[in-house]
Design a protein around this ligand. Structure first.
Ligand code: ADP
Ligand code: MG
Length: 618
């Protein structure tokens, strides 16, 4: 079956023809000519385990594999094994496999300008073989039997016939065993595992037709059968909630096809780590494209916020130079302006379509265009973003908690027991009014006026500061107050989120989250910090995990900052007077009340003197 599929694949390149397909039909490995070698971008190919994983996966893609199993132990330092059902390697080619610049994919100088395969330099296996203990078992369909070849530190250890179905298994052990400098440079196994998870997740997202099994330290970490299309794949990979907020890209301009999807503006993130770019199927990074993508949002994104995006560009291979970076992480476009325009237009088109109810995609019921978050993005009126707790407001919102050890001393405002509805002035609000009556400006700023002048607060950054200090205290004293969930939530994590959990799980537990493993990529959340305003089904927790994964944030401060940012009152939320008072009172008790954890100001004062000056009274 696989042989037939490959033949079919081979004969049917995807249009435009730039998407890497199987290796050239002859599949014979040959040394590159010296003049071609000279033109190859030199440098470090294998910098860390994840780069070996990337190269091995790409080799399997080039071999036309429909199904790949990846096994990784200790972040790749102990073991990396990739098995594929691709075309396999001829016995006759085995001796050349680990020679530098031996490849079946590139013949002449001219080929360099129109590459349709991931590999072309014949360097990956040579580089891996030189610094590890590697074994290849492979069989090509044209050979009666396969072979087993073992190379240790670049030297051939053994070479013998071996049975195998068509395809290739490469096992890499003891990576960097003979290069102590590199070994020392490696991060911990968890960090490396996270980077591996990132590569796997990204390629899984881009290649829905690929069946993939990823085993981490002996246990299954990701199992995906071949999927029908990208959307079904993303649903399995990221979860339905994430996919719901993705807007598909579908645009062709001057021969550049832009596919994939971007998140709608209200589902932005604090960093650009979830912007993934594929150029003709190849995972690369490109600041210019990221910039063009952001420009496509036309200011719909708040400052320093980034979308989640999977941008898949297809263009004629002649128009992309993939031979610019040793690890092939970057490409050069012949017409950069054309490509960036296409990306910007693709994003802006898609987002405009989402804003217009008639043009919006209906994803699983309901007119997507009428969703409140878009109103928020455009500044149109919107319903309150959160449900107010039944009792009007809770002091726990503001992070004071009820635990003696972590509650700052002083005249705490107690929760309003009157059950005042949002918007109503609570009895307590009146009591505290001696410090000035608050007003909310643009549902973002809080204004207090008293005899000394005007004091303004940014409701988000102020709340962030309060939550941050509180979370930090809780993590440090390991006394986070937990609130049991009535119904525990089951979350299916992406490999990245799972890796994030390994990194920041301890801090989350200290904060009050109770998260236990519950099968493959699945966890059970049975409690959350009691200071949480609202349990959102785990959406904020997921974002914390992803951020943890992205930042490699294992420190308490980073977790506390993320927690605070995710749970703070947003700009655009209507606050009652009581809420405003409680917020400001709590902020005054903070250790560093002036700045949010990210360094933005929380408050601003206009003194009476300044007022006098501006009214030209002095
Ligand atoms: P490149 O991919 O740049 O050609 P590599 O060092 O990655 O260089 O691989 C060398 C050669 O080994 C490839 O050209 C290909 O012919 C063969 N090869 C490597 N991995 C596989 C695989 N999984 N299936 C089939 N052939 C492979
Ligand atoms: Mg390769």
């Amino acid at each position: 079956m696989t042989a037939e599929r490959r033949e079919h694949d081979r004969g049917a390149p995807v249009a435009p023809s730039g998407v890497p397909g199987p290796a050239p039909a002859d599949g014979v490995i040959a040394l590159l000519a010296p003049d071609v070698i000279e033109r190859i971008a030199a440098g470090e190919v294998i910098e860390r385990p994840a780069s070996a994983v990337k190269e091995l996966l790409e080799n399997a893609f080039d071999a036309g594999a429909g199904s790949i199993t990846l096994e990784v132990e200790a972040g790749g330092a102990a073991l990396i094994r990739v098995s594929d059902d691709g075309a396999g390697i001829r016995v006759a080619d085995a001796p050349a496999l680990f020679q530098r610049h031996a490849t079946s994919k590139l013949r002449s100088d001219a080929d360099l300008g129109r590459l349709a395969t991931f590999g072309f330099r014949g360097e990956a296996l040579a580089s891996i073989g030189a610094v590890s203990d590697v074994e290849i078992v492979s069989r090509h369909a044209a050979d009666g039997t396969g072979f087993r070849l073992r190379i240790v530190g670049g030297a051939r250890e053994s070479f013998e016939p071996a049975p195998r179905t068509t395809g290739t298994t490469i096992t890499v052990r003891r990576l960097f065993f003979n290069t102590p400098a590199r070994e020392r440079f490696m991060h911990g196994a968890r960090e490396e595992a996270m980077e591996v998870a990132r590569v796997v997740t990204r390629y899984a997202a881009a290649r829905p037709g690929l069946a993939i099994r990823y085993l981490k330290d002996g246990g299954p970490a990701l199992t995906l059968a071949a999927d029908r299309d990208h959307e079904s794949r993303w649903r399995l990979l990221y979860g339905a909630d994430v996919v719901f907020h993705l807007v598909p890209l579908d645009w062709i301009e001057h021969g550049v096809r832009v596919g994939g999807a971007v998140s709608d503006p209200d589902h932005s993130r604090g960093n650009a780590s979830e912007i993934q770019l594929f150029v003709n199927g190849r995972l690369v990074a490109d600041r210019g494209i990221t910039g063009a993508l952001l420009a496509g949002y036309h200011g719909l994104l708040p400052a320093r916020r980034y979308p989640r995006a999977i941008v898949m560009l297809e263009l004629a291979p002649e128009l992309v130079d993939v031979n610019v970076h040793p690890a092939k992480r970057e490409v050069r476009f012949a017409r950069r302006d054309v490509v960036q325009d296409a990306v910007r237009h693709a994003a802006s088109r898609a987002l405009v379509a989402r804003l217009d109810p008639r043009g919006a995609m209906d994803r699983g019921g309901g007119a997507a265009g009428a969703r409140a978050p878009l109103a928020a993005a455009t500044g149109a009126p919107l319903a309150p973003l959160r449900e107010h707790p039944a009792h009007g407001y809770a002091d726990d919102w503001f992070g004071k908690g009820s635990e003696g050890a972590v509650s700052p001393p002083g005249a705490a405002l107690s929760p309003d027991p009157s059950g005042a509805p949002p918007g109503a002035t609570s009895a307590r609000g009146e009591d505290a009014a001696s410090s000035g009556l608050p007003a909310q400006i643009d549902r973002t700023f809080i204004l207090f006026a008293d005899a000394d002048g005007l004091r303004l607060y940014d409701q988000h950054t102020a709340h962030e500061r309060i939550l941050f200090e509180d979370a930090l205290r809780r993590i440090e004293v390991r006394r986070g107050e937990a609130q049991e969930l009535l119904i525990p939530t089951v979350l299916t994590l992406t490999p990245e989120e799972e890796a994030g959990l390994a990194l920041i799980g301890d801090a989350l537990a200290a904060l009050g989250y109770s998260i236990s493993p519950f099968g493959e990529r699945t966890v059970l959340v049975s409690a959350h910090p009691s200071s949480l305003r609202r349990w959102d089904g785990g959406a904020a927790l997921r974002r914390m995990l992803a951020t943890g994964a992205a930042d490699g944030a294992s420190g308490a401060r980073a977790v506390a900052a993320t927690y605070a940012c995710r749970h703070a009152i947003m700009a655009g939320e209507t606050l009652t007077r009581g809420e405003m008072l409680a917020l400001v009172t709590s902020l005054r008790r903070a250790a560093e009340p002036e700045l949010c954890p990210h360094g933005r100001p929380t408050t601003l004062t206009i003194t009476a003197r300044e007022l006098r000056h501006r009214f030209r009274r002095e």
